[in-house]
Design a protein around this ligand. Structure first.
Ligand SMILES: *[C@@H]1O[C@H](CO)[C@@H](O)[C@H](O)[C@H]1NC(C)=O
Ligand SMILES: *[C@@H]1O[C@H](CO)[C@@H](O)[C@H](O)[C@H]1NC(C)=O
Ligand SMILES: *[C@@H]1O[C@H](CO)[C@@H](O)[C@H](O)[C@H]1NC(C)=O
Ligand SMILES: *[C@@H]1O[C@H](CO)[C@@H](O)[C@H](O)[C@H]1NC(C)=O
Ligand SMILES: *[C@@H]1O[C@H](CO)[C@@H](O)[C@H](O)[C@H]1NC(C)=O
Length: 561
């Protein structure tokens, strides 16, 4: 239903007023789990984020390719924030036109960022609705959280249209947290009983020794999450006391950026921080949480804005955030991609969870379905991490597909060069058993890029060890911590950080990774695919990517130059 309505809206805009709408294809319908609690008072203040058109985005992309390709003479020649700024900073004309437009509506209290491509302004609802024709701000609530969004699409004047990518703070809603506890939700058969994944189990499986901990000065790593959750320092130290005996580690987060909420510690936040600090042991760790908590802000976007304003950042970030690709405007996704490239050219590695719905499922109407890729997992400029489980749940054995592992093909981004031969080989090898072609777009960016265990973790939350915690938001910090350790060794050798990993990862062609070849992930429960999306196969596949890290081999492979 949601999809059909959005579609007809877009048609209307295309024919009538195409030019004024920056995000004509953005889903503006509010999901039913949010309750509208009334119009926002005209005098109430909102925070809007204006994404100004950048310069040289093509050059930015070329630069990213060069500094991330191990065969290029420019490999590792990362840019400073200053240099990124001189590359992409909006033209004087763009800055002047946008500021003049805002000033003409009495908006003068805007903050900018180092790269000058975002403006963050406080405006009253009344002014916002005049500035952004069509917008209508309401307050919504879900599970005690409230936010302000527009129930209708916005447009801008023709004269500023070409100077803006989009305006943030009107539409996108925070995703609902995943149901991370799987075992307890279903009837636990004897078979599902498992001793569970702990740091020791992970370090054993991935061949990490007690010596594999961070030692470099000024190496650091970060997790970012946006679910109105906070991690508890007491839980973290309790977790490390219980599970961290076999390796040197830190038991405290070095920096918290953003606002830690009140109330209970979140399971997701605990999971992320406890596990990145278990593989990326003894490495300084930062926690980014809901940066910018005004009701009208989009937390993920605020995090991106923040990255453009901080010259000193950790080298590795793992992020648990994702949305259906088809719910987001192309303008928004393109611009977020440019933000990923800005991070990549600085040598920062961004790792996103591939999602917990397998290939996903979108109901097209008339009994037709298709898979449903998720963004940013589907972005060509990030490294996406899928999930696995142990073949024998009682032992540290080889890994098979975790059926929830997100994966598939983007409908928006074309397949990047670095993965073309790997994906082609997959499509050819498994041609006879692929899902029907109408379910996915084989010319799109395929993901995930690699994987790690995502099933049956132990997490300490609110002082209690909790079993059965599962999801690709577990595998992502596990891989992130390992990349941080590799960065650590690189920094000690005077080499640059890994930065955007994919071009180099795909050149390994699976070397240094445990190939995952068994199992399929979930998708649509219909007659044609009967719940199955794609299946793992030898070499790369859109379920577990290249497989899971064999740490000592991956270290050796990524430590050369
Ligand atoms: C970016 O940082 C500068 C100080 O370094 C600050 O003045 C400015 O307000 C920040 N911008 C935003 C959007 O927070
Ligand atoms: C790593 O782990 C695998 C599987 O557990 C094992 O076969 C291998 O010998 C280990 N060592 C190295 C250096 O790969
Ligand atoms: C842990 O890291 C610190 C630097 O942050 C270093 O001095 C120390 O030697 C490291 N511990 C081990 C066991 O390597
Ligand atoms: C590097 O070290 C300096 C000085 O100790 C510190 O202020 C800064 O936050 C560190 N940077 C990172 C990214 O960890
Ligand atoms: C398939 O993906 C390509 C880019 O990868 C895109 O141009 C095309 O529109 C997509 N097709 C569909 C049906 O979504």
């Amino acid at each position: 239903m949601r999809t059909l309505l959005t579609f007809s809206f877009s048609l209307l805009f295309c024919s009538l007023v195409w030019s004024g709408y920056l995000e004509y294809d953005q889903d503006v319908l509010i999901p039913e789990d949010w309750t509208q609690v009334g119009r926002v008072d005209p005098t109430e203040e909102l925070e809007l984020t204006f994404a100004l058109k950048q310069q040289n985005v093509d050059l930015l992309e070329k630069t990213l390719k060069l500094v991330s390709d191990p065969d290029s003479a420019h490999y590792g020649k990362h840019l400073t924030l200053e240099e990124v700024s001189s590359l992409v900073r909006p033209s004087d004309l763009t800055q002047k036109v946008v500021r003049r437009w805002l000033q003409s509506h009495g908006i003068t209290n805007c903050l900018t960022v180092h790269t000058q491509d975002f403006l963050q302004c406080t405006v009253t609802a009344e002014v916002a609705e005049t500035l952004l024709a069509g917008s209508k701000f309401h307050r919504y609530t879900r599970d005690g959280q409230t936010l302000v969004r527009s129930s209708a699409p916005y447009s801008v004047n023709d004269d500023v249209h070409q100077h803006l990518d989009f305006v943030g703070g009107l539409h996108r809603l925070p995703p609902k947290g995943q149901d991370l506890i799987r075992g307890s939700a279903h009837k636990r058969s004897k078979e599902r009983l498992h001793l569970g994944v702990t740091p020791t189990v992970l370090r054993t499986r991935y061949n990490m020794t007690a010596a594999d901990v961070g030692t470099a000065q000024n190496n650091s790593q970060a997790v970012a999450q946006f679910l109105e959750q906070y991690y508890s320092p007491a839980d973290l130290s309790e977790f490390m006391r219980m599970y961290g005996q076999s390796f040197q580690h830190q038991s405290q987060v070095d920096r918290v950026i953003g606002t830690q909420g009140a109330g209970k510690a979140g399971l997701e936040a605990s999971l992320d921080i406890e596990y990145i600090m278990s593989t990326g042991a003894n490495i300084s760790t930062w926690f980014f949480t809901n940066p910018g908590r005004h009701e009208s802000q989009e937390p993920f976007l605020q995090w991106m804005v923040l990255l453009s304003n901080m010259s000193d950042l950790p080298w590795v970030h793992t992020i648990s955030y994702g949305d259906d690709e088809d719910s987001l405007s192309a303008a928004y996704m393109m611009r977020i991609n440019a933000e990923f490239m800005k991070a990549g050219v600085r040598g920062i590695s961004l790792l996103f969870a591939s999602g917990d719905s397998g290939a996903g499922c979108k109901h097209l109407g008339g009994g037709q379905n298709s898979f449903r890729p998720s963004f940013p997992a589907s972005s060509p400029y990030v490294t996406t991490v899928g999930g696995t489980s142990f073949k024998n749940p009682f032992k540290v054995t080889y890994e098979v597909t975790d059926y929830i592992s997100g994966g598939g093909f983007s409908n928006v981004f074309k397949m990047p060069d670095y993965q073309a031969s790997a994906v082609e080989a997959y499509l050819k090898t498994v041609a006879a058993t692929l899902p029907p072609q109408s379910y996915y777009n084989a010319s799109g960016r395929a993901y995930p890029d690699l994987a790690a265990l995502s099933d049956n973790y132990w997490v300490v939350s609110n002082r209690v060890p909790i079993p059965w915690v599962s999801g690709t938001s577990a595998s992502t910090p596990v891989v992130g911590g390992m990349l941080s350790l590799i960065n650590d060794q690189r920094l000690l050798k005077g080499l640059p950080a890994l930065g955007f990993l994919n071009p180099r990862l795909y050149k390994l062609r699976g070397q240094a990774l445990f190939d995952v070849t068994e199992g399929c992930h979930l998708s649509c429960l219909d007659e044609k695919v009967q719940g199955n999306g794609f299946c793992a196969s030898p070499s790369w596949d859109p379920v577990t990517g290249w497989g899971t890290p064999n740490y000592p081999e991956l270290l050796a492979a990524l430590l050369a130059e």
